[in-house]
Design a protein around this ligand. Structure first.
Ligand SMILES: Cc1cc2nc3c(=O)[nH]c(=O)nc-3n(C[C@H](O)[C@H](O)[C@H](O)COP(=O)(O)O)c2cc1C
Length: 172
C-alpha cells in the first residue's frame, strides 16, 4: 500500500507548529482534483488558522465539547460544506456528499504526504456553522476537520478483515 494510506490516522494531540496559507491552498487544490458526478464539484471548505484566533474560535465553537477539548490544539480547523443541487438545473444531486468525501480523501492523502494529520469530526452543530460562518442556502455543512502536526506514536485502530468487506461475484 502507498504510505499516504498506511501512515494516516486521526490523532487527538497536535504539536504547536502552525500552518501557512500556502499549505492550506495545496490541501484544497488536492481536494478539488477529485472526481464528482457531472463534474459538479459540490465541495466547499471554510478554514481558519490557529494564529487567526477569532476566526479559529468561531469554528471551534461549532464543535461538541468532547471534540473542542483536543481540537483546540489543531493548527487549522475546517468545516466541509456540500452543495445539495446541480448548478445546471437545480435538481437534487444524490451524490453530493459522496463527492465531498472523495475530495476529503484527496485532501487527506495530500496532507499525509506533507507530514500532516487530519482528524475528521461529525460532532459539531451544523446550525451553528451555518450561522457563525455565513453558509448560504442550498449548501450543507457536513463535517469538521482538525489539521496539524503530530509527533507521537502511530495509533492503529482496529479494522475489519478484508474478507468481511470484499465479496467475489455476489454478496456473501
Ligand atoms: C465522518 C467522520 C466523523 C467523525 N466524527 C468524529 C468525532 O466527532 N469525534 C472524534 O473524535 N472522531 C471522529 N471521527 C474519527 C473516527 O473516529 C476515526 O476516523 C476512526 O475511529 C478510525 O480511526 P483512524 O482515523 O485513526 O484510522 C470521525 C471520522 C469521520 C470520517
Amino acid at each position: 500500500m502507498i504510505p499516504e494510506i498506511t501512515k494516516r490516522f486521526s490523532p487527538t494531540t497536535f504539536t504547536e507548529q502552525t500552518l501557512t496559507e500556502e499549505q492550506l491552498t495545496i490541501l484544497f487544490t488536492a481536494a478539488g482534483r477529485a472526481a464528482s458526478s457531472f463534474n459538479e464539484q459540490p465541495w466547499r471548505f471554510i478554514y481558519a488558522l490557529k494564529q487567526d484566533k477569532e476566526a479559529f474560535n468561531n469554528i471551534l465553537d461549532c464543535l461538541v465539547e468532547g471534540n473542542q477539548e483536543w481540537a483546540k490544539n489543531a493548527a487549522a480547523l475546517v468545516i466541509t460544506v456540500s452543495k445539495k443541487t446541480f448548478t445546471k438545473n437545480e435538481k437534487p444531486n444524490p451524490h453530493n456528499r459522496h463527492d465531498l468525501g472523495l475530495a476529503v480523501g484527496n485532501l487527506s492523502a495530500q496532507a499525509t504526504a506533507m507530514g500532516l494529520h487530519l482528524h475528521q469530526m461529525g460532532g459539531f452543530s451544523a446550525e451553528e456553522a451555518i450561522n457563525n460562518l455565513n453558509i448560504p442556502e442550498g449548501f450543507e455543512p457536513v463535517t469538521a476537520i482538525a489539521i496539524g502536526y503530530y509527533d507521537g506514536e502511530f495509533v492503529e485502530k482496529p479494522r475489519k478483515a478484508v474478507e468481511e468487506i470484499m465479496f467475489k461475484n455476489e454478496w456473501k
